[in-house]
Design a protein around this ligand. Structure first.
Ligand SMILES: Nc1ncnc2c1ncn2[C@@H]1O[C@H](COP(=O)(O)OP(=O)(O)OP(=O)(O)O)[C@@H](O)[C@H]1O
Ligand SMILES: [Mg+2]
Length: 375
């Protein structure tokens, strides 16, 4: 039934250009949902299409369960229809001339299953996507979200061992997208099927994925649980793409495997985590998430728990968003964005404050800012 997916050294080059997928390796365990996240053109769809058998890889091996489905070194390539893999795309690929139930039943029509078994599976799939009441309705008389649930039910009904989803929610409006991603995860987990879920939306990847793989320019930079990705980014691009918008230039004064002392701005030092040991003198970018910073009155005590850097600063702007306030604070030649949750802002422009920066939320990378646009 559901199966492990192993991708090893997958490479796909189209004529001329740099590889669309460049030496990508990962394993999705049986029943695990792996989200591939990254900006447009980074190779997500090409990776997924290679797994489905819709692209012929230039190099590498793909295994689904015990079956090697592609091995470039031997020129071996199993046809898509023999891989027992289901795909759900961005466009709602439902057949308009059929009812909801007929759409869901269709993939079973070529299998020699007894009629009661077919009806049982269709009913079960419709129940999972909560569309039982719509079984007899024409597929065109559905909302976008309902159509996508039909597409999902249709993919699950023949019990594939692997489900591939390529931006399945991107045609829906923001509110529906948010609702449906919770449903999607519930449905996939209920089916117990291994899934590869492609998106360029970080919050969607977090909501749906057990683990998230971040891709850039064909390469898989890091694959980790959402929490690890947000709190222990391995690369500057990962930090930036997942929303660490404070990117402070600095230079390493001293470092060991766990932490570094970084000189930033005009003579101010910061204790930071490092993903790998960095030599003194290395130019770095320190990445910090705005929601992990704390502001306090200038003379207040340190926040409880953990180790904190403290910098004297001045609030320059405050942007009230109803449920949170975004502050810009200036500190010895560096500018920081800090988010404060709650509907009552505690600070105003001109206030002298202490800016508290958690050691564990501060990551130094030996790179210049990558220019990743976080969503
Ligand atoms: N059939 C093709 N021929 C030539 N180049 C291609 C082809 N398909 C994809 N590419 C290129 O490969 C790279 C990766 O494309 P891919 O569709 O995998 O990106 P993606 O991460 O899915 O992007 P998006 O978020 O925009 O869907 C891009 O530079 C793209 O132009
Ligand atoms: Mg794509």
């Amino acid at each position: 039934m559901t199966a492990e997916l192993a991708v090893a050294h997958l490479t796909k080059s189209f004529l001329g250009a740099r590889p669309a997928v460049d030496d990508v390796s990962f394993v999705a365990q049986a029943g695990e949902v792996v989200a591939l996240l990254g900006p447009s053109g980074c190779g997500k769809t090409t990776t997924m299409r290679s797994v489905a058998g819709l692209e012929t890889p230039t190099g590498g091996q793909i295994r689904i369960g015990d079956d090697v489905v592609c091995d470039s070194s031997r020129g071996f390539f199993l046809k898509p229809q023999r891989r027992n893999v289901a795909m759900v795309f961005q466009s709602y690929a439902v057949w308009p001339h059929m009812t909801v139930a007929e759409n869901v039943r269709y993939p079973l029509s070529h299998r020699r299953l007894p009629r009661p078994e077919v009806e049982r599976r269709v009913a079960e799939a419709l129940a999972v996507v909560k569309l039982e009441e719509y079984a007899g309705r024409s597929a065109t008389a559905l909302s976008g979200g309902q159509m996508q649930r039909v597409a999902l039910a249709r993919s699950l009904v023949y019990q594939p061992r692997l489900l591939l989803l390529d931006e399945p929610l991107s045609n829906l409006d923001a509110k529906l997208r948010q609702q449906l991603r919770e449903d999607l995860r519930r449905i996939i987990k209920h089916a117990g099927v291994t899934a590869l879920y492609v998106t360029h939306d970080q919050s969607e990847a977090v909501a749906v994925g057990d683990r998230i793989g971040v891709m850039r320019e064909g390469r898989l930079l890091q694959i980790a649980t959402p929490s690890e990705l947000y709190n222990r980014p391995a690369e500057l691009f990962v930090a930036e793409f997942t929303g660490a918008s404070n990117l402070i230039a600095g230079r390493i004064l001293r470092a060991d495997a766990a932490r570094a002392q970084v000189r930033i701005g005009s003579g101010c030092d910061l204790l930071s985590r490092v993903p790998r040991v960095l030599a003194p003198g290395t130019e770095v970018t320190v990445a910090v998430r705005p929601e992990n910073l704390r502001l306090s009155r200038a003379d207040a005590q340190a926040p409880p728990a953990g180790e904190w850097n403290r910098i004297c600063a001045m609030v320059s702007t405050a942007r009230f968003h109803g449920v949170q306030t975004g502050y810009t604070v200036e500190a010895s030649g560096t500018s920081w964005e800090a988010t404060e949750y709650g509907s009552v802002p505690q600070f105003s422009p001109g206030d002298a404050v202490s800016l508290w920066i958690p050691l564990d939320g501060c990551w130094a990378f030996a790179e210049k800012r990558s220019g990743a646009a976080a969503h």
